[in-house]
Design a protein around this ligand. Structure first.
Ligand SMILES: Nc1ncnc2c1ncn2[C@@H]1O[C@H](COP(=O)(O)OP(=O)(O)O)[C@@H](O)[C@H]1O
Ligand SMILES: [Mg+2]
Length: 800
């Protein structure tokens, strides 16, 4: 008996050692968890979630090992109670078994916390464990002298060995962790840098459980109310097994001699009680479910609003680097993943946790032996949960990234559907989307596999607990140590507790999932633009003199390519400056700098002598209007599109602007006039119509500075004529920078600059440039000779 007991205990010990060391190693080997910032090496690592998980796991495995040993010993016929008491009497300490177990549990909790704290604490814990082992050895000697049973000695001896090993384990774990921390800190700061680069050079804040849950902070009142309801509904649920047990044992199977009438009455009473509990439970679970879901919706709505306003404030270069599909996905999908994690999961976690605690208290009150047996399955559940959680976190990042790629493909295809159609490339686009979806599907399949395996493992483990309880409890009932009713309620409690533990591990998985999905969301939230949109000077009067001095520029997305190289240009108030030159020479880039979408890499731009960089960007953009080659309209009515820059404009103003822009006639011809919807990006209008709406939009703003980027070059000569007429009215008495593809349209400009390879290579009036023999003369000659547009439009202008 002694040897088999020792073998059992040693086996359990080995399991425990494996469990703790594996869990410490695995958990701490996980790279780039949501770590605290690695700013300061003296920072305590105890707040790290994986350390918490490690401590919980080791505590649980220790506790269940002890429990399993005790139960196995008592199943093998030993009087465990007497053994434990005799051991404790060795300390001349008279206490009950429950106290002893409590002390043991406390001890293992302390040692697990020690494992996760600083190495110094671990060492302290290890040495105190060693001292405890020594004391035990002395007690053992005393027990031996008193002639206690050999079995007691064996168990106590094993306990001593175990204590020593636990101490050593604590030290080793502490060391391992502290070594890992250094590495993980390195990794964390490395990944910070990566995110840094993505977020445009600003360090993102770390994503922790705390930060994730912090999103729900404004909903605290709601959540608190919901939690109260949750406790009531859980209590109702937990009362159920007891009541059913009472019914089965006390009422239905009660004293055989009782009159069946009395029994029926008792049964009715019990059923009524049960029904009342169910109704109350139903009400409270309604309140709980409603409030938690409401809080979740509010959290996600707030998160979306914050994220959107953070995104829309980003610099233009941010949108060069991030695809629309990606940003859309962050807004739609990532936020949804976070939503449930911070509210519903908290609710479920609290509920499950409360039910587990309550259930444990209740079953311990019913039968401590059976409870210990049941607890033996806990480490298995927790271990599986931890592995699953790690997996989910890693996968959720990859899964969300795959979703982004698929969304990108779809978004690109739909917004370019005309191009796709005209190249008859629908099958290819479908294939491309297939490929992208396949990727997310492949990851989803793995997730599904993990989810299924996890669910069934947890379920089976729980059922094993039930089997164990039935086996041992059945034996107790047969031996007359336990009533049938107690066993019934115990069984039901076991089912509830096992279900809750399974649910808790499940929640852990989805929390990890949310943590994976949230890192990018938080990075975007934290990525504040280098220049706030509206900050700086707001000059009272704008004359409109612009001066570019020695401006060089390369796009942030392609820093190695110098797009503008030392451009100097003075634009006098009210003058018209034209830029021309080969495509790709950097003309539109000058416009982008004047709009302050980008800041020059070198050199400066001044407005009336004031550096543009010191002027409030939002204010400045209200003084400028841009009419681009392909105007972008919004999917709303023509009136709203014209009034986009001045939403308060009266109908008369809108009509006047449309009339000046040569748009009134065609708008009135639509059945719904100014209320006509234009479709996404204005697809329901012709190019010339769109352009005239865009000119009316610019007119309504009455800008000081007008920027025209090949405003007519996409039009046929008929509509070019009406659009050019509108533009000429728009240009009157404003500082204007005009880029023209057709040189005939810029003849009258006060200054013409020829741009080539990012430099201004010629400047002067049309006459001056024609007199010289340079690029301008070549370009004009080419256009005059060319058969198509240039000559035609020139003729159009002349005919006017
Ligand atoms: N957003 C951008 N990111 C990176 N490079 C760009 C971007 N926009 C334009 N470029 C590059 O800058 C150069 C000048 O472009 P642009 O100013 O549009 O020429 P254009 O004179 O035809 O208007 C081109 O080589 C182009 O590839
Ligand atoms: Mg251009």
């Amino acid at each position: 008996r002694a040897s088999s007991g020792a073998a059992f205990a040693l086996g359990g010990l080995g399991l425990f050692r494996r469990c703790t060391s594996r869990c410490c190693r695995d958990l701490s080997a996980r790279p780039a968890l949501p770590m605290q910032p690695a700013r300061d090496a003296t920072e305590s690592p105890t707040s790290w979630p994986d350390l918490r998980a490690a401590s919980a796991l080791s505590a649980l495995s220790f506790a269940s090992l002890v429990a399993a040993c005790l139960v196995l010993a008592s199943a093998a016929g030993w009087d465990v109670q007497a053994l434990v008491q005799s051991e404790l009497r060795g300390y001349s300490w008279d206490c009950s078994v429950v106290d002893a177990v409590a002390v043991l549990l406390l001890a293992c909790l302390v040692s697990s916390v020690a494992i996760c704290a600083q190495p110094a604490v671990a060492v302290a814990a290890g040495s105190s464990a060693a001292i405890a082992a020594l004391v035990k050895l002395i007690c053992l000697g005393q027990a031996w002298r008193r002639g206690d049973s050999l079995a007691a000695a064996a168990v106590v001896l094993v306990g001593c060995v175990f204590c020593v090993l636990a101490g050593a384990e604590a030290i080793a774990a502490g060391r391992r962790l502290s070594r890992r921390l250094v590495v993980v800190r390195g990794e964390a700061s490395r990944s910070d840098k990566l995110l840094d680069a993505e977020a445009g050079g600003r360090p993102p804040r770390e994503v922790t459980f705390g930060r994730l849950l912090g999103l729900a902070r404004p909903e605290l009142p709601l959540l608190a109310t919901a939690t109260v309801a949750l406790f009531f509904s859980s209590a109702a649920q937990m009362a159920m097994p007891g009541l059913v047990g009472h019914m089965v044992g006390g009422v239905i199977g009660g004293a055989a001699g009782e009159a069946s009438d009395a029994k029926r009455r008792a049964l009715n009473g019990a059923v009524l009680q049960l029904a009342c509990v169910f109704v109350a439970g139903g009400f409270f679970s309604f309140v709980r479910g409603y409030l938690f879901t409401l809080a979740g919706e509010r959290v996600v709505a707030r998160l979306r609003r914050r994220l959107f306003s953070a995104l829309v404030r980003q610099e233009v270069s941010f949108f060069d680097a991030n695809t629309t599909g990606e940003l859309m996905n962050r807004l739609a999908s990532d936020t949804t993943v976070i939503q449930s994690a911070v509210t519903v999961n908290v609710s479920m976690g609290l509920r499950f946790g409360a039910q587990v605690v309550l259930g444990l208290v209740l079953i311990f009150a019913e039968s401590w032996k059976l409870s210990l047996l049941m607890l033996a399955v806990v480490p298995a559940i927790v271990a599986v949960g931890v592995v699953y959680g790690r997996f989910m976190k890693r996968f959720s990042k990859r899964y969300q990234a795959a979703l982004v790629r698929a969304a990108d493909v779809a978004q690109e295809c739909f917004s370019g559907i005309r191009t796709v159609r005209s190249f008859a490339n629908e099958p290819r686009e479908a294939d491309r989307y297939d490929g992208a979806v396949d990727e997310s599907f492949g990851l989803g399949r793995k997730k599904a596999l993990a989810y299924g395996a996890f669910g069934s493992l947890i379920g089976t483990t729980g059922q094993f607990a039930v089997v164990g309880v039935l086996w041992y409890g059945g034996a107790l009932v047969i031996a007359g140590e336990m009533s049938l009713g107690t066993l019934t309620s115990f069984l039901l409690y076991t089912v509830v507790i096992a279900g809750c533990l399974g649910g808790l591990s499940d929640l852990f998985g989805s929390l990890m999932n949310a943590l994976g999905a949230s890192s990018r969301v938080f990075a975007l939230l934290d990525a504040s633009p280098a220049r706030p949109l509206a900050e700086g000077l707001r000059p009272e009067r704008v004359r409109g003199q612009l001066h570019l001095s020695d401006v060089s520029f390369s796009y942030p997305a392609r820093p190695e390519a110098l797009v503008l190289d030392g451009v100097s240009l003075r634009i006098e108030p009210g003058s018209v400056v034209a830029l021309c030159g080969p495509s790709g020479s950097g003309k539109s880039t000058v416009i982008g700098l004047l709009e302050r979408w980008y800041e020059p890499t070198r050199g400066s731009i001044t407005l009336d002598g004031v550096p543009l960089a010191s002027i409030d960007g939002s204010w400045w953009r209200k003084q400028v209007a841009l009419v681009a080659q392909e105007p972008v309209l919004f999917a709303c009515s023509i009136r709203d599109n014209i009034a986009y820059g001045k939403p308060a404009a009266a109908d008369d103003e809108v009509r006047a602007a449309a009339s000046t822009a040569n748009a009134e006639a065609f708008v009135d011809a639509f059945p719904r006039g100014f209320d006509t919807m234009v479709g996404e990006r204005g697809v329901q209008l012709s190019g010339g119509q769109k352009q005239r709406i865009a000119i009316a939009r610019a007119l309504l703003v009455d800008p000081k500075v007008l920027l025209l980027d090949e405003a007519t070059s996409a039009l046929d000569s008929e509509s070019e004529f009406v659009v050019q007429e509108a533009i000429d009215r728009l240009m009157a008495s404003r500082t204007t920078v005009v880029i023209a593809h057709r040189l005939s349209t810029i003849r009258d400009a006060s200054l013409i600059c020829v741009v080539s390879k990012g430099r201004i290579v010629e400047r002067g009036t049309h006459q001056e440039l024609m007199a010289a023999t340079g690029l301008y003369k070549q370009l004009t000659a080419r256009q005059a000779l060319g058969p198509g547009g240039g000559g035609g439009s020139g003729a159009g202008r002349e005919a006017r």
